[in-house]
Structure formats: structure tokens, C-alpha cells
Design a protein around this ligand. Sequence first.
Ligand SMILES: Cc1cc2nc3c(=O)[nH]c(=O)nc-3n(C[C@H](O)[C@H](O)[C@H](O)COP(=O)(O)O)c2cc1C
Length: 210
Amino acid sequence: MNRPTVDAPPEKIADAAHEIDDVFRTRWSPRAFADKPVEPQKIRRMLEAARWTMSSYNEQPWRYVIATKDDPEAYDALLNCLIDGNQEWARLAPVLMMSFVKTTFDRNDEDNRCAEHDVGAASAALTFQATSMGLYVHQMAGIRPEVARETYDVPEDVEPMAGLAVGYLGDPDRLPEGRRAAERRPRSREPLSAFVFGDKWGDTAELLTA
Ligand SMILES: Cc1cc2nc3c(=O)[nH]c(=O)nc-3n(C[C@H](O)[C@H](O)[C@H](O)COP(=O)(O)O)c2cc1C
């Protein structure tokens, strides 16, 4: 196995059952971020990775807003779009983003059934690009969509999707006490057999047991 890309704590490195790239083993979602700005070049590289994500009909339905602590007013406006429970720790992150999804196709205004899927893929690409540069991303479903809509005057066919906190890894002691244990908890996952099926729903694909 290659050397881990980021200096992830050992309990956060995936105990993978099959060999996978280090970006997948070492990525995890911290809440404690370091008080250290992220280089603008690295932020641009993350967004460039999102840009080159595959999407249904190459529609590219992802949209992002971004704010850094260099602009406190913009940063606070974006922080305010998160629910309180996420604001509590996300305020440590030097960079915040929010993803949005354009729900209809540009070419015919019809519903894009896979638009949310494609925004998730773009955010995954952005996240793994971050991992490869020593950065961490923590995504958040806990947003206040109506606040985001108003703050950014979002068009009708665009929906606020998820918050993203971005930065370098910080000391768990920077978090409120109640959040520190989770920060050190090992990552866990269901086995492949729980979600990869063969000819019958629920039956493990033969390929996995061969
Ligand atoms: C779309 C999405 C929404 C999430 N929402 C939240 C959230 O609102 N608050 C939070 O603390 N973590 C949130 N998470 C983080 C997940 O809880 C985390 O990814 C999961 O527990 C797996 O942990 P890992 O990313 O460290 O492997 C979210 C993750 C994703 C991908």
C-alpha cells in the first residue's frame, strides 16, 4: 500500500478489505479544523476537480458559493446558512462552501433526474482532490435552504444542496467538549455484501464470494 496522502490519525484510516487508493483510505470528515488559511491555488484546484466531473448529458448541474475568513462578512453570511449544530464546529473551518443543484436541463427545461447525483459526484471529486493536497472536507446536509436561497438570490430551478467545511486538520481539543469523542472514533462501514447484489435483491453477488 502506498504511503497515506494526508497525515490522518491511525483510527481514521480505512481498514479496507480490498486494496484501494490512499485518497479513499485517508479521507474522513473532521470537525476540528486548524487555524490556518487554505492557499487560494489549492481551492481553485479543488473546484477544477469538480469541474471535470462526469454528469448526465454533460449538464454540469453543480453550482457552488464559497467564502473564506479573509472576508468575514461573506464568511458569516455563509455560516449563517448552516443549522446551529453545524455552525458550532464549522466556524473553525477557514473556508466554507455550499453546493447547489440546477434541477432542470438547460437544453429543454425538463427535469434532470440525476442532477443531485451529479452534484454529489462533483463534491466527491472536490473532496478527494482536497485529500490529495493534505486538506480535509466535511460535507453537511444540515443547512437552512430558505436562508441560503434568500442570501444568494438563488434562481427558482436551483436548490441549495449541502454545506462544505474545508481546511487543514486541527486539534480535537479546539471543539466543544461534547464533540471530541466522535472526532477520535474509528471510521466504520457496512461490508460489500450489504449493498452489492447479484441476480436477486439482497443476495450477495457471486463475484464477491468467489
Ligand atoms: C451529503 C452529506 C451530508 C452530511 N451532513 C452532515 C451534517 O449535517 N453534519 C455533520 O456533522 N456531518 C455530516 N456529514 C458527515 C457524515 O456524517 C460522514 O461523512 C459519515 O459519518 C462518514 O464519516 P467519514 O466521512 O469520516 O468517513 C455529511 C456527509 C455527507 C456526504
